[in-house]
Every structure is written in structure tokens, then in C-alpha cells.
Design a protein around this ligand. Structure first.
Ligand SMILES: *Cc1c(COP(=O)(O)O)cnc(C)c1O
Length: 373
């Protein structure tokens, strides 16, 4: 049977194999495996790419968020507002520091946190807002930044799914107090293992994160803080530096494929991705919504097509957060999205043939239901 995977990481590797092998060899020959020039060069390239003064490589995207919040002094008694419709790490880091995540429901059109509901969630304990640019679409940063300004809150962007996306022409990650990225292999800019980075224009914050990532020491063996062992590997940095050259091209390919899906599926009773004006999305995932979600997944699977559910349980309904007291129906848009959305296969190297096959099987499903609009 014909098979279409949700994404194929080896296809990308085949395209850039000689350069990646050379980058690996350069690191291995250099003897610089932790920190050193490969990490520094990649940090500079990332800061330049995002249009920020500083970039600090860390071990993964979760640590990028964790070290940023820690460096901002967030801890027990504090509240951080975030989206319930995201990967667990966004809230996990808040709890890990002893602070409390406060979930604000999403805008059902974009799946991003709804700024109209933010103010009601702010208390004297609120220290920061963490918008998540989910699936690669920028959150409503003007509204979020205006509220943060009014209430004197930090804005930590979880940009793990959104590298290269823009808001009013500015790169995501450069708009708030800091922006956090993940280089997990499946992300738009993925390494060959774990990796992450924080970008910021705030010098004091950058210095603190630089110290935190090496056990709170500066210089070495002189410890001013309780820190972490959270560095970006030189090997990952060297390979990511190769891949950074291609990120705009890959994101463009993702956008083209998303537009092809949009055009081919627009007459079906489906909710398709909606990109708001003045922003450019990078389609980390191509998400559709239907009341027949599970049935459609089964139909695609029968035809060899993989799909994904991101995310089946919104964070406020996770077992670990039951003591926070959110009942079913408390953040209804997130719950609807969790129950009705699925991701169709989309990655830069996906063939038009495969995409046309996916489209035909999706159409077949709705035609069999007699549902065309
Ligand atoms: C991937 C991801 C993270 C965590 O990144 P890791 O590198 O896996 O630690 C955090 N937030 C979001 C929204 C993500 O997609």
C-alpha cells in the first residue's frame, strides 16, 4: 500500500548530506565539543537572523523557557499566564520553578491565546505572559505587549514552533522580553538531537542565562547562582549553522504546500488554517478541524496516510494539573480544538504527488458522507 508519513526527516538530510558531514568533521577535528567557536558562531547567526542583540544556546527548548523564567526571577508565589493549547513544556517550566501556570483560552481561528481574555486573568501575583506561537503562527503580539506594558509584565515568547515567522515584518522571538526556540529534530529548524536557544535584546537577561547554563558560574568554578548544566552541543551548533541557511527556503516550501491544501480543501466542511493579516506563518504543522476527526484519521490510516493529534488533552485538563481546579468546559475553545483537530502530512520535501494523494483521500471521505459545501 502507498504510504505517506507525517514528515520525513531523512529526505532533508539527503539534500544537505555533504555539508552536514563536513560540519560534523570540522567539530570532531577541532577538539572543541562543549561551547567554543561553533556555538558562538551559531549564536551570532541566530541573533542576526532574529534581529536581536543576543542569542544564548542551551540544551533544548524546554530549558530555553526554564532558564529565561528563572533568570527573570520567577518562582514560588508567582503566576505566569500561558495557553492551554500547546505542548506540555510551556506550562511545565512554570511549575518546575514553583510558580503557577494560569491558562487563558484560545482564539478558535488561530489556536493562539486570546488577548481579549488576558486582562481578566491578571492578578497581583502575575509576573509574565508566555504567548505560544502555535503551529508556526504568531500570536497577537500588539495586544499582548500593550497589556504587558500596562501591568508591567515580562513577555516570554514560546517560539519553539515558529522560527522564521514574522509579525508586522519583525521576526518572532524578537518582540517580547525574550524568545525561546527548540531545535528538536521535528521542528522547522531541527538538529540531529536536542538543542535550544534564547534570543533577547536585554543584556542583563542574556548575561544571567549565560551564567545559569554553566552551573551558575562566571568565571568557571566561581558560583554566584544555583544554575543548570544546559548547553547547546558544538556538534548541534555546527549542523544547525548549515541548516539555518536553508530555513527561509524550507519555510517558503511549507507555506506553498499549506496554500495548496487550503485551495484543494476549501469547499469541504473543514476548518482550515487561518493566517491573520500582517503576519507570516511558517506552518510547523498543517492543522484542520472537523467533527469527524477520529473517523477521518481512521480513513486516512486505512489508505496509508499518517496524521497527528496536537494536542489531545489541553493542559488545564491534564491529570497533573487537576489541583489547579479547571473543570471540563472551563476553557471551552481549547477543549473543542483538542477534540476536533488533526495534522495532515506537511514538510518541505513532501512531493506534489503525495500531497495530491492526501487531498484525494480527504475529499473521498467527505464525498462518501455526502458533505460538500
Ligand atoms: C517543542 C516545544 C517545546 C520544547 O522544546 P524541546 O526542545 O523539546 O524541549 C516547548 N514548547 C513548544 C510549543 C514546543 O513545540
Amino acid at each position: 500500500m502507498r504510504k505517506v508519513s507525517l514528515l520525513d526527516l531523512t529526505a532533508q538530510y539527503q539534500d544537505i548530506k555533504p555539508e552536514i558531514k563536513q560540519a560534523v568533521d570540522n567539530v570532531l577535528e577541532s577538539g572543541n565539543y562543549i561551547m567554543g567557536p561553533f556555538v558562538k558562531n551559531f549564536e551570532q547567526a541566530m541573533a542576526e537572523y532574529c534581529g536581536t542583540k543576543y542569542a544564548i544556546g542551551v540544551a533544548n527548548g524546554t530549558d530555553a523557557l526554564l532558564l529565561t523564567l528563572d533568570a527573570l526571577g520567577i518562582g514560588p508565589g508567582d503566576e505566569v499566564i500561558t495557553s492551554p493549547f500547546t505542548f506540555f513544556a510551556s506550562a511545565e517550566v512554570i511549575s518546575r520553578l514553583g510558580a503557577t501556570p494560569v491558562f487563558v483560552d484560545i482564539d478558535p481561528d488561530t489556536y493562539n491565546i486570546d488577548p481579549a481574555k488576558l486582562t481578566a486573568a491578571i492578578t497581583p501575583r502575575t509576573k509574565a505572559i508566555m504567548p505560544v506561537h502555535i503551529f508556526g503562527q504568531p500570536a497577537d503580539m500588539d495586544e499582548i505587549l500593550a497589556i504587558a506594558n500596562e501591568y508591567n509584565l515580562f513577555v516570554v515568547e514560546d517560539a519553539c514552533q515558529a522560527i522564521g515567522s514574522t509579525y508586522n515584518g519583525k521576526k518572532i522571538g524578537s518582540l517580547g522580553t525574550a524568545g525561546c526556540f527548540s531545535f528538536f529534530p521535528t521542528k522547522n529548524l531541527g538538529g540531529y538531537g536536542d538543542g535550544g536557544i534564547v534570543v533577547t535584546n536585554n543584556e542583563e537577561l542574556a548575561r544571567k542565562i549565560q551564567i545559569l547554563r554553566v552551573h551558575g558560574s562566571n568565571p568557571k568554578y566561581y558560583h554566584s547562582m544555583i544554575g543548570y548544566n544546559s548547553r547547546l552541543d558544538a556538534l548541534q551548533a555546527a549542523m544547525l549553522q548549515v541548516k539555518l541557511k536553508y530555513i527561509d527556503q524550507w519555510n517558503r516550501q511549507r507555506r506553498e504546500k499549506a496554500m495548496m491544501y487550503n485551495n484543494a480543501l476549501k469547499d469541504l466542511p473543514l476548518k482550515l488554517p487561518y493566517v491573520k493579516p500582517n503576519r507570516e506563518a511558517v506552518f510547523h504543522l498543517y492543522i484542520i478541524q472537523t467533527k469527524y476527526r477520529d473517523e477521518l484519521i481512521g480513513h486516512l490510516q486505512q489508505h496509508g496516510i499518517a496524521t497527528g493529534v496536537y494536542y489531545p488533552v489541553p493542559l488545564h485538563r491534564q491529570e497533573v494539573y487537576k489541583d489547579l481546579g479547571y473543570v471540563a468546559g472551563s476553557l471551552v475553545e481549547s477543549e473543542k480544538a483538542a477534540a476536533g483537530t488533526l495534522a495532515l502530512p506537511l514538510y518541505p520535501e513532501m512531493t506534489i504527488d503525495d500531497q495530491e494523494y492526501v487531498i484525494s483521500i480527504v475529499r473521498e471521505f467527505f464525498e462518501a458522507k455526502g458533505e460538500r459545501v
